[in-house]
Design a protein around this ligand. Structure first.
Ligand SMILES: [Zn+2]
Length: 188
């Protein structure tokens, strides 16, 4: 049997070994074994017929996300993090939760925050060397929705940028997103 680590990116069904399609819904099960924590992913069909895992710690249904295209904007990490903090603290149904998720992806790309894992539809991350683990809801954006939310985010960040007296050294634009550490891009 293969060794599975708790990390996104395996993204194939444990049983039929089929790679999940973009946007396909599948199930993830985390359980504790003698070898440590293991994560197993199942497609819908195999989940229905799979033998129950003993003592699962966590079971959740998720979607094989395609990394959203992030707006190419210069961000001030401090301001962006404050926005992320504010937005993620809103009601779970609040549309700003989506902005919080995008901000988290942006800040991850800039290495301002560090990916810690995924838990029940939430992206977990840490900031700098701090211990606190933050959570932000994960979303799957429809293309048409993506355009709108990107514009919204760009407007927000540009406003922010304009109000920042001394900007941070701008990051080179057009650098490829390093979705790898976030496991949000399905590259292989
Ligand atoms: Zn399967």
């Amino acid at each position: 049997m293969k060794q599975w680590e708790i990390a996104p990116g395996s993204r194939i069904c444990q049983v039929c070994e089929r790679r999940f399609d973009p946007d396909e819904q599948y199930w993830s099960v985390i359980s504790e074994t003698d070898a440590g924590y293991v994560r197993k992913d199942y497609c819908e069909v195999c989940q229905a017929s799979a033998e129950p895992v003993e003592g699962p710690i966590s079971v959740w249904r998720t979607i094989n996300r395609v990394a959203p295209k992030l707006p190419r904007v210069n961000i001030d990490p401090v301001n962006a993090f404050e926005l992320l903090e504010t937005f993620s603290a809103t009601d779970p149904e609040d549309p700003r939760q989506k902005l919080a998720y995008l901000l988290a992806l942006l800040l991850m790309r800039r290495k301002v925050i560090r990916y810690e894992g995924i838990e029940e539809g939430h992206l977990l991350f840490k900031r700098g060397g701090r211990r606190k683990v933050w959570r932000v809801q994960e979303f799957n954006f429809k293309p048409e929705e993506m355009d709108e939310i990107q514009e919204e985010l760009s407007a927000l960040l540009e406003l922010d940028e304009a109000s920042v007296a001394e900007g941070q050294a701008p990051q080179p634009e057009g650098s490829p997103p390093d979705g790898g550490d976030a496991g949000l891009a399905e590259n292989s």
